[in-house]
Design a binder for this molecule. Structure first.
Ligand SMILES: Nc1nc2c(ncn2[C@@H]2O[C@H](COP(=O)(O)OP(=O)(O)OP(=O)(O)O)[C@@H](O)[C@H]2O)c(=O)[nH]1
Length: 297
């Protein structure tokens, strides 16, 4: 009996902010990779997750340029979005059952019209919706664009995820493994650790300062005996934000540290010692070195 040929390729998950892209990526990979919160636009970097099976490797690519379409729909952004789709074999367009086809969605659909690869329409969050609402949105989107498959899913509850993976593998081209199978992401370790901390800054500080925050992981060391040491700084743009992040008797920063450490330990499967600092760098947003830390530049 002949064995199935190995398949490999790239998949991009696109959709409006908050539709559940990061949750889906984490679900697909079975690990916590990209940062999730219920605030829009927490995904700042082009996170790639890698899923390797017995006879396939899928590399997931995030395309933030498309999600941020609401700001300025300009030529540059369209170009960026198209460039990042160029190399991708399959695109998942992710929507919610009560999706509204406004400016952002129109932008995304227009970008996708120029994309020649395979397109899937994923209707996420069906766990909290009805079949009729899911069908309605599919019909509306089909007025603009055709998709090879429409799949109702729940990234959160894991509904139809196995089906999604098997369809994807079928549609991938034959090819070799691109990354070693131990990799689930190609984000540099420091950036990944910083993202775990930033996720907690977002979650714990709610609306107070997080949009003004960058986390820099300065040092990661394997200290033997299954212990990973990481030193990170939460960087703020104003002195007045410091007391909020630190909290009464250091309670807030301790909570950020504790939660981040727990998630890092789950992810890396080793004990983690996390040294957390708070720094103020006026207008860090204008400084290239801080944009580089975040993987934006
Ligand atoms: N009920 C339900 N909620 C979901 C589902 N998938 C995601 N969510 C929730 O939707 C919110 C946003 O999810 P994210 O995965 O951060 O969304 P995103 O599209 O990556 O958001 P950005 O990073 O802003 O682009 C979170 O509160 C998730 O828990 C789902 O299948 N069902």
């Amino acid at each position: 009996m002949s064995k199935n040929k190995f398949k490999s390729g790239f998949v991009s998950i696109i959709g409006r902010p908050n539709v559940g892209k990061s949750t889906l990526l984490n679900r697909l990979l079975g690990e916590k990779v990209s940062i999730i919160s219920n605030k829009p636009n927490t995904t700042r970097t082009n996170i790639q997750g890698i899923k390797t099976g017995e006879d396939y490797q899928i590399i997931f690519i995030d395309t933030p340029g498309i999600h941020n379409a609401k700001d300025k729909i300009n030529r540059l952004m369209v170009q960026n979005a198209l460039d990042s789709l160029d190399m991708v074999d399959i695109v998942y367009l992710m929507v919610e059952p009560d999706e509204f086809i406004g400016k952002e969605m129109n932008f995304i659909l227009n970008v996708l019209k120029k994309y020649n690869g395979v397109k899937y329409l994923l209707i996420n969050k069906v766990d909290k919706s009805t079949k009729t609402r899911a069908l309605n949105i599919a019909n509306k989107i089909f007025e603009y664009l055709d998709f090879k498959y429409v799949l109702p899913i729940s990234a959160l509850k894991g509904i139809n995820i196995d089906k999604l993976i098997s369809l994807t593998v079928e549609d991938l081209p034959e090819g070799e493994k691109i990354f070693d199978e131990d990799y689930i992401t190609n984000i540099p370790e420091k950036l990944l650790i910083a993202e775990f901390v930033r996720e907690q800054v977002f979650k714990i500080l709610k609306d107070e300062v997080p949009y003004d925050t960058v986390v820099e992981c300065e040092l990661v060391e394997d200290r033997g005996d299954d212990l990973l040491y990481a030193a990170c700084s939460i960087i703020l743009s104003r002195e007045s934000q410091k007391s909020i992040v630190i909290g009464k008797q250091g309670r807030t920063i301790k909570e950020i540290g504790r939660k981040s450490r727990e998630n890092l330990e789950k992810f890396f499967g080793v004990k983690v010692f996390l040294d957390l600092w708070v720094k103020v760098v006026n207008n860090w947003q204008d400084k290239d070195e801080y944009l580089k830390i975040q993987g934006i530049l």
